[in-house]
Design a protein around this ligand. Sequence first.
Ligand SMILES: NC(=O)c1ccc[n+]([C@@H]2O[C@H](COP(=O)([O-])OP(=O)(O)OC[C@H]3O[C@@H](n4cnc5c(N)ncnc54)[C@H](OP(=O)(O)O)[C@@H]3O)[C@@H](O)[C@H]2O)c1
Length: 244
Amino acid sequence: MANVLILGATSKVAGEVARLLKQRGARLFLVARNAERLACLVDELAPVGHYCCDLSDPTNHDGMLCAVRRAMPTIDHVLIAYGYLGDQLASERDYREADAMIRINFSSVVALLIPLLNQLETQGKGALTAITSVAGDRGRPRNYTYGAAKGALSLYLQGARSRLWKRGVRIHTIKMGPVDTPMTATHKKDFSFIDARSAARLIVHHMQGRGGVHYVPGFWRWVMLVVRNMPEPLFQRLRFLSGR
Ligand SMILES: NC(=O)c1ccc[n+]([C@@H]2O[C@H](COP(=O)([O-])OP(=O)(O)OC[C@H]3O[C@@H](n4cnc5c(N)ncnc54)[C@H](OP(=O)(O)O)[C@@H]3O)[C@@H](O)[C@H]2O)c1
């Protein structure tokens, strides 16, 4: 994994992934929205390049991708880590919140995937990893707007994976369970939470393997198999699953 582009580098999980990759000798290009926190990462990790922009606005993408091409003509791996949990209740009352959740977690990612996957296809090698969520496996009252956006992204990646596997391009979908990061700062931490470093170790492990869907941590694959296939009349009666 020589040249790695990280989109949303100031995410707690992405920062830990970047540290692990740097230790393994990767050359990094870091993209994030928050200039101050990006500058701290640049000081720490000495990437070959960095760029500060709001990734939810596709009009920023061309400038960013030009800067990446100048510093890194060949990309070995892209990690898409930025995301927005949003406010579920607000998204049920106000389309602007729902739109922000769908734009940040899905449509702006598609706008990035179009040029990036075409570049990897032209290169005939390389890989792309995107962090989606177990929330995308089943709509729940607690987070179904966010879940719908992440689920749509997982579906998009599934199609792209089958389009590109013959062209030497690996695509990894990371379906992550709860992780203790700023995104979940106000959430009550129960047994299901892991820390960002542990999540990053698992993600780096999967990034080096074959493309596919990877649950992080792995036990979510079996939990979500049950949750996904549970009949709605039963699901709706189980408060720990269908409550707010
Ligand atoms: N934490 C969890 O429990 C959990 C579970 C499943 C999946 N995920 C997903 O994991 C990924 C990493 O999140 P995290 O847990 O590490 O949370 P985090 O530390 O809060 O990171 C979220 C990152 O997304 C960035 N971001 C949001 N909107 C952006 C935009 N428009 N342009 C550029 N960057 C933007 C944020 O930047 P700013 O600092 O500028 O806001 C922040 O760096 C996300 O895709 C998240 O949806 C998280």
